[in-house]
Design a protein. Structure first.
Length: 371
């Protein structure tokens, strides 16, 4: 069995490397190769593949811009992307399944489906159309994602999302019942947790409006305690947030991007994890915080409440006062901490890497055998 994986449109290997998620994104495919012998060819938006990837002998990486000259103009580059299927179709003779990673770029495997008669699976980690609404994007952007979603749902052989919330939203918007939930995966750290940082909260995420960091800053200021806030991530609001943090009397550290492996190491050190997001997909950082037995405090949004049961495996807060109350309730309550830690691991049964890998392999087999 050989699967062609298409990167998100215009994402290169460097794109994933720079934000520290390349190894994480490849991990699930490494497990599929190890457990079931599935072979993968990755089509990336590179002109050439970095030499360090040549060591990954179980994978093949093909740079799309080797076969189609990359244009610097974004609009021209987008229009030319419709030529990609015709440029690479001869490289796919031994491929059994075309797999699109995130919806942006789905037109490429969908055109290839017509050209070479191979099944297409589209996997979304978050719903781009819903995000465009939540982010109050321009009407043209909303329209683009709505139509891309409609076309992808209609023409793919399998469309998967990572959360029940996204499934319900899409089914209501597009009058379909053909969407499957395949959650994000985590590796469980079930060793006894001895956190080094009990006087600091950890946050992980892009420095963007969506993440609502000012609320976290207000929380740190309001609890009147020697509690700090450590943040991993970069983004468009870095300068504004850095300036705001400096104006406060609290310890707020911006730690930038790092590797996924380092993030897991850091999660194992912290007792408390905080997310104040206004909207999310199926948040990997929350899942990984639970897997590392952090006490998670998460804003009251559907994709958080799908993961966190308030008071059972973490805490859901509705506003600043609620967050302060719940933090004070548990910060020195070791019995409650142990109970929450135990439940956090129990709640991740469907997210364990082995379970997700088996689920994905089952989908691959069904799609290929059906053809």
């Amino acid at each position: 069995m050989k699967i062609a994986i298409f990167f998100t449109y215009d994402y290169s290997v460097k794109t994933l490397k720079d934000v520290g998620i390349l190894e994480r994104e490849l991990k699930v495919y490494q497990e599929l190769n190890k457990s079931f012998g599935v072979k993968f060819t990755f089509f990336t938006y590179d002109e050439k593949i970095p030499s360090y990837l040549n060591k990954k002998n179980d994978f093949e990486f093909i740079p799309i811009y080797k076969y189609l000259k990359k244009s610097e103009n974004k609009l021209l580059r987008f229009l030319k992307s419709f030529l990609i299927p015709f440029k690479i179709k001869n490289l796919l003779d031994d491929i059994d399944l075309l797999y699109q990673h995130q919806i942006l770029g789905s037109w490429i495997p969908l055109v290839l489906k017509r050209l070479i008669n191979k099944p297409v699976q589209i996997r979304t980690g978050y719903d781009a159309y819903l995000f465009s609404i939540e982010n109050n994007e321009k009407l043209i952007i909303k329209y683009f994602y709505k139509q891309l979603t409609r076309i992808s749902l209609k023409n793919s052989d399998l469309y998967t999302v990572t959360s029940k919330c996204d499934q319900v939203f899409l089914e209501s918007q597009f009058n379909t019942k053909d969407i499957k939930v395949v959650p994000n995966w985590v590796e469980i750290n079930d060793q006894k947790k001895i956190p080094k940082f009990e006087d600091s909260l950890l946050m992980i995420g892009r420095l963007e409006k969506q993440k609502n960091y000012p609320m976290a800053f207000n929380f740190i200021e309001s609890i009147n305690d020697d509690i700090g806030l450590h943040i991993y991530g970069n983004g468009n609001e870095k300068d504004e947030l850095t300036s705001l943090a400096k104006s406060l009397n609290s310890e707020i550290k911006f730690l930038g991007n790092t590797t996924h492996q380092k993030i897991l190491q850091e999660l194992s050190k912290y007792k408390f994890f905080l997310t104040t997001s206004s909207y999310e997909g199926n948040p990997k950082t929350v899942l990984e915080a639970l897997a590392n037995q952090c006490i998670v405090f998460a804003s009251n949004i559907p994709n958080h409440t799908e993961i966190i049961v308030d008071g059972y495996n973490g805490f859901i807060f509705t506003d600043l006062d609620d967050l302060i109350y719940k933090f004070n309730e548990i910060k020195n309550n070791n019995d409650l901490v142990r109970k929450i830690n135990e439940n956090s691991l129990k709640s991740l049964k469907n997210n364990e890497l082995k379970a997700v890998v088996e689920n994905m392999y089952s989908d691959y087999k069904s799609l290929i055998s059906f053809r």
